[in-house]
Design a protein around this ligand. Sequence first.
Ligand code: CA2
Length: 144
Amino acid sequence: MQKPVFVLNGPNLNRLGTREPHIYGTTTLADIEALCRAAVPGLAVDFRQSNHEGELVEWVHEAIDKAAAIVINPAAYSFTSIALLDALKMFPGPIIELHISNIHRREAHYHHSYISQVATAVIAGLGAAGYPAAVRAVAALLES
Ligand code: CA2
C-alpha cells in the first residue's frame, strides 16, 4: 500500500479563519484538512498541526519512516528554524513548502524561509487552494 502524505502545519494555524481574513481568508484548518483529503482519491493524507517546534521536528522524523511525501506550512518557523531545516534535510521524498499568503508581498521578515532550501517546490499566495494543489502535485511527483 502507498505510504501517506504528511501535511504538517506550524504555529497559530489552528486559529485560521478567526482573524486577518484579508490575508488568510475565512477558511478554517478543518476545512483545509477536508480539501486535502478530497484532493486525490485513494491517497492517504495524515494532517497535523502543532504550535511547538520540537513536535514538528519529531513529526518530520516520523515521516522519514512512514511518509511518501511532505507538504508543510511551517508558518513562523519558516523564518527561524534551522532545527526544522535539518530534520527536513533527512527526508528522502518530495517536500512542498506551502504558504497561504504570498510571503514575498509582505514585510521583509517574511521574505527569507530556511525551509525553501530543502523544498522540492514552494507554493505561496494561492490561499487555502494551495493545499489541495500541493497534495495533487506530490501525487504527480510520486507517480513520475
Ligand atoms: O501564509 C502563510 O501560510 C504563513 O505561513 C502563515 C504564518 C506566517 O507567519 C507566514 O508568514 C505565512 C502565520 C500563521 C498565522 O495564523 C493565523 C491564525 C489566525 C488567523 C490568521 C492566521
